[in-house]
Design a protein around this ligand. Structure first.
Ligand SMILES: [Zn+2]
Length: 217
């Protein structure tokens, strides 16, 4: 965890001993530029971009690594070697990756992610939420793809919610909605589903729908 010290105007030595220490919290970041002022590439976070020129689909995990457990692994598995992939990964060895690095989705504007998805008609973001029920909460503005994914997940026995939950992802600035078509899909996967035997079913169902989009191009 990083610390931002206050009182930078050359305080007297006695005051220096009393300086307040403020824990930098990602909820204060308005953009990636803010995060970048406090966090270090290669030490606190990493960025992975895999371009697959023949694909119109991007799978992204903006809260990967230690930020939202297993979302990097799930996004990688969905993309395989075929689909574009973007990961923003918390790699802090100590402290709370989520608290320090969770740049919320409608403020997530890391430039290499924006560059990648600007070329992609279809964007699917992978997130992890709390929850003891094994389920996937679908959001985003691409209603057709959202319905297709919901059907595919239900078909393999995964519980899905498409509306009336806490993660609608309908903000136009949500990173899933900032691709070429200005609409995408957000997957929120509960903690109990991530890492369970059923996780593979989520991966294969989502992957087969996305491969179908490229096949029908
Ligand atoms: Zn997230």
């Amino acid at each position: 965890m990083d610390y931002l010290q206050t009182g930078q105007n050359s305080p007297a030595p006695r005051q220096r001993l009393c300086r307040k220490v403020i824990v930098v919290d990602a909820t204060s970041y308005r953009s990636f530029a803010d995060l970048q002022k406090h966090q270090v590439l290669g030490k606190d976070y990493d960025i992975v971009v895999c371009h697959r020129a023949s694909s119109r689909v991007a799978v992204i995990a903006p809260h990967g690594g230690g930020i939202e457990r297993r979302t990097s692994e799930i996004a990688r598995a969905i993309s395989g070697m075929d689909l574009n992939l973007y990961l923003f990964e918390g790699i802090k060895s100590s402290g709370n990756n989520y608290t320090a690095l969770h740049l919320t989705s409608h403020r997530f504007d890391e430039p290499s992610c924006l560059d990648l998805i600007a070329q992609c008609l279809f964007v699917v973001s992978v997130h992890g939420c709390n929850g003891n029920d094994k389920k996937v909460l679908l959001g985003g503005l691409d209603l057709a793809l959202k319905a297709q994914l919901a059907e595919a997940l239900a078909h393999v026995g995964v519980a899905v919610e498409t509306d009336g939950h806490a993660f609608p992802a309908t903000d136009r600035n949500n990173i899933c909605n900032r691709g070429r078509s200005r609409k995408g899909v957000q997957l929120e996967i509960t903690g109990s589903l991530r890492g369970s035997p059923e996780e593979n079913r989520v991966v294969s169902a989502v992957r087969s729908v996305l491969l179908g989009l490229d096949a029908s191009a």
